[in-house]
Ligand binder design. Sequence first.
Ligand SMILES: [Zn+2]
Length: 53
Amino acid sequence: MAICPVCEMEVEEKKARGTSIYQEKPFYFCSKACKKKFDESPENYFKEEEKDA
Ligand SMILES: [Zn+2]
């Protein structure tokens, strides 16, 4: 199971609406809209899971 980096929903890789490779890692998206947002500014979503608890 992957996590959509935009909305943080769980995404099954096989059912992903889109994928992007960023910094040589694959990302899976729950929707085309999420993929589009990510592609426009991937750095916004690339925070290496460092979050407020
Ligand atoms: Zn999403």
